[in-house]
Ligand binder design. Structure first.
Ligand SMILES: *Cc1c(COP(=O)(O)O)cnc(C)c1O
Length: 473
């Protein structure tokens, strides 16, 4: 894809902003689009500073330092209950599993439970966090393409509801561990369907060139089912699982996926006389990061998915199975903003003419790797005040020793942006803190939940001592 060792953005300095359209004026540039920003985000009438959950971001920075993640508890809880209601329609029996990898802390896991969701984990650490929060084992589903013996044992000990099988080795491994523990875990077989969906497009091929699951096309999914069925004393096959991608805006990929996986359900019925009671369609629903993103309405998407499944099942003469969905990003992503402090401002004259202003903040790729990793786009705004100054083209960069350390590639900020200003980046709840690193030995920022003028720390700021706790030298 990209080869430059200095990072993905190195060398494209002559290109001016492509995708980020210039707002009409400064006023519009400072506007908080409610489809992008958390539900309670607004600007204080006097100062123009952003207030989230009744807390002024300037006060949050005074109390907890900078940078920080501020999570709108009302926003995230509303989305949790909204997903539960949208998918658990009376006509179908469905469960929503929050995909823990998007973001997890003990308190957050309790919210998941309080709002009536279950949880999907894909490592021993995520499982430990869910258990620590008091989530009963039977509300937990465990994924992963290479779960260790220790992780599978922990899952058995916790009595997790479902283990999603991902390889032949794992079938044997889990059966062995189940025998040793004298239990019979419920399992799903993860099927790769040759469908990969992102935003508006999906690719449907016969084969799937990736590490997850069992391929439908090559017959390894059918073989996995055969091997599980051959161990009836040890493993209870209850269903199939598929996950077709992330940041998906349209249902067409799900439609192809559902028709393929339901055909497999029918094949299993024909071969074994067994109608598997559960179909897990994974996660992947998209959110709005920038103006041009058009995510679907959740209730509508749920409706469409139910309809697709009902139609495909009836065409094979199958009863509609229980359904499961695993949204991660769509639940936590929009709830959170990252607040940074500006440290330096450098206007750089570009070869092709024009100026790009590099605004350096006190975090970067250690708290948001998605821009460097996926070319992800984000919306950023001046958070500690408003301005009347004209807009200038900016690039928000971090403090790391890496020229690919970019938080927001193209954006328009008031030209008077200066050291000490606070910036807020929207929709950083998913895959930001959970993917954070200690690159350059930078301690990871805290996650602070805000609600009704109150703030509570979910994860405190990391200290040097935390980092050195594992350094035995
Ligand atoms: C990542 C993942 C999810 C969640 O994806 P989102 O895009 O955050 O909704 C759900 N299921 C599986 C198996 C995943 O790997």
């Amino acid at each position: 894809m990209r080869a430059h060792p200095a990072g993905p953005r190195h060398g494209d300095g002559t290109q001016l902003a492509g995708s980020r359209q210039r707002p009409e004026n400064t006023q519009e540039g400072l506007n908080l689009d409610p489809a992008i920003w958390p539900q309670t985000a607004q600007r204080a009438p006097d100062s123009g500073a952003i207030v989230l959950g009744g807390c002024d971001v300037r006060d949050l920075v005074t109390e907890y330092g900078s940078p920080l993640f501020a999570m709108d508890e009302h926003d995230v809880r509303t989305r949790m209950s909204g997903y539960r209601e949208a998918f658990n329609d009376p006509s179908t029996h469905a469960h929503v599993y929050y995909a823990a990898k998007a973001f997890l802390s003990t308190t957050f896991a309790r919210w998941v439970m309080q709002e009536g969701l279950r949880i999907d984990v894909c490592s021993g650490g995520e499982l430990a966090c869910a258990l620590r929060a008091g989530i009963p084992g039977d509300r937990i589903l465990m994924h992963g393409n290479n779960k260790s013996e220790a992780e599978l044992t922990a899952a058995i000990d916790a009595g997790v509801g479902y283990v999603v099988l991902d390889s032949y080795e794992e079938i044997a491994r889990l059966a062995f561990l189940a025998e040793r523990a004298n239990v019979r875990p419920k399992v799903l077989v993860r099927v790769t369907l040759g469908v990969e969906a992102h935003t508006h497009e999906f690719i449907a091929t016969a084969h799937e060139d990736q590490k997850f699951g069992f391929s439908l096309a090559t017959g390894s999914a059918a073989e996995a089912v055969r091997r599980v069925m051959a161990l009836p004393e040890r493993l209870e096959l209850v269903g199939l699982h598929s996950h077709i991608g992330s940041q998906i805006f349209v249902s067409s990929g799900f439609e192809v996926a559902a028709s393929r996986i339901i055909a497999l359900l029918a094949g299993i019925r024909d071969e074994y006389g067994l109608e598997l009671p559960l179909l897990n369609l994974g996660g992947g629903l998209g959110i709005k990061y920038v103006e041009s993103d058009e995510p679907p309405d959740v209730a509508q998407m749920a409706e469409v998915l139910r309809e697709i499944v009902a139609r495909q099942c009836s065409s094979f003469g199958l009863d509609v199975p229980d359904l499961a969905f695993e949204p991660g990003r769509a639940i936590v992503g929009p709830s959170t903003i990252t607040v940074y402090t500006v440290g330096t401002v450098k206007p750089i004259r570009l070869d092709g003419g024009g100026v790009r202003t590099y605004v350096s903040v006190d975090g970067g790729m250690s708290d948001n790797i998605r821009t460097a990793l996926y070319d992800a786009e984000y919306t950023v705004t001046l958070a500690s005040r408003t301005s009347e100054a004209p807009l200038v083209l900016c690039r928000i960069v971090g403090k790391h020793c890496e020229s690919g350390d970019i938080v927001v590639n193209d954006c328009w900020l008031p030209s008077d942006v200066t050291a000490g200003d606070l910036l807020a980046v929207a929709a950083t709840g998913a895959y930001n803190r959970s993917m954070a690193s200690n690159y350059n030995l930078v301690p990871r920022p805290p996650v602070v939940a805000v609600r009704d003028g109150q703030s509570d720390v979910l994860i405190r700021r990391e200290t040097f001592d935390d980092m050195f706790a594992t350094d035995v030298g």
